[in-house]
Design a protein around this ligand. Sequence first.
Ligand code: GDP
Ligand code: IMO
Ligand code: MG
Length: 434
Amino acid sequence: MTKVDVLLGLQWGDEGKGKIVDVLTPNYDVIARFQGGPNAGHTLEFGGTKHVLHIIPSGIFHPDKINLIGNGVIIEPRIFEQEVQALTAKGVDATKNLYISKKAHLILPTHRLLDAANEQAKGNARIGSTLKGIGPTYTDKIARCGLRVGDILEFDFRERYEMLKAQHLRTAQTLNFDISNFRLDGLTLDQYEEAWLASLATLKQFRLIGSEYFVNQCLREGKRVLAEGAQAAMLDIDFGSYPFVTSSSTVTAGVCSGLGIPPSAVGRVIGIAKAYCTRVGAGPFPTELFDQTGNRLCELGHEYGSTTGRPRRCGWIDIPALRYACMLDGVTDLVITKPDVMNDFETISMCTTYEIGGQQTDEIPFEYNAVHIDPHYEVYPGWCQSLAGIANYANLPENLRHYLGAIEHLTGVNIMAVSVSPDRKDVIFKPNNQ
Ligand code: GDP
Ligand code: IMO
Ligand code: MG
């Protein structure tokens, strides 16, 4: 009996999960997404080409590996179809090695309409949602009125679709949302619906399965499974900076409900963090930089959203948030990405504690959104050199190893690997004794 290893974001998303999953895929038989949906944007780069995945797991470029969309994921069939088409154009036939849970919920065009209506109604308090319909779809799932992938095979699907759509339109009206001017991909709601309904045919080409049986069978057969997280701990519905969060369980606990495995079947938990910090959308971000350094991180790190193209807010690494994420997730191994972005920095700051109302703390407060947080920093000397061509951890510049060592010390978790460029080939694994 094997266990499911897990790879999760520890900050506010975009830590480089897609790249690292792609790099680790050769060690596994199955790569499985367990939550989130097309709000995710996971970037992979190899052979000089960049690929961005939203719903499809990041193991898809390895034809001999099975990729699975688990029951905890929500699927927008039209976005899914576009993703499949983009892969086909690159010579990847996803129908061969991508399986989909029948229990995964569907994002309807009107879920996306409601996402926009909710955000508009919130005004200045808006979350900065990716507007992919995430909140409304998970709302319907919990309210027990959602539609699932398996339902598209049923004779009464259209009838149930129309009922749910009518309910959504009524809600949008109560929010005074202007439906006639609403556009998705430049299409009116009716036009988009037509494309959406047509795209169900693409979904039907895939193996729609009882994925909980499939995953558990894989474990019994000794197959190795890697669960790929989307978003990150600080966006978790329970533990993130609520209400500025996504609507799913992004922590390790979500793997159990999102794939149908018992807690005892969770193996290693690989937590991934940038060597600094970013956040896209609204909500608290204590170490955010509003100065030239913040702009440099954004420009040098190409910090623009993979899904929305929005500039990401940038700041220093936040150890209290990282420790919190490690605690919630039970992280056994750390992967640190993008230190190369700070290659030219003379000094690098690390927030080690928060000061709130004159008191020092390293806990994330309940009033995270409301209180003023004064981050306390330790300043580290930069390494001021390129990391290109370095293959061994021991050959990384001493100042970088010192900085990484501090992260290990303060989180209590060993670093497993460091990523130093967007490309698949630039991951430096750290031997245990270094
Ligand atoms: P994900 O959502 O966690 O998969 O991350 P994203 O793909 O949204 O954002 C990470 C971005 O950083 C992408 O543009 C990656 O190509 C890029 N990236 C990943 N690792 C590294 C790294 O080590 N160095 C640099 N410079 N870029 C990286
Ligand atoms: P990956 O998997 C970064 C953010 C949005 C918004 C909030 C709620 O690429 O790391 P939602 O669309 O879920 O209702 O948005 O969460 N958000 C992300 N930020 N990376 C992501 O995914 C994100 N998915 C959602 O910007 O603030
Ligand atoms: Mg992303």
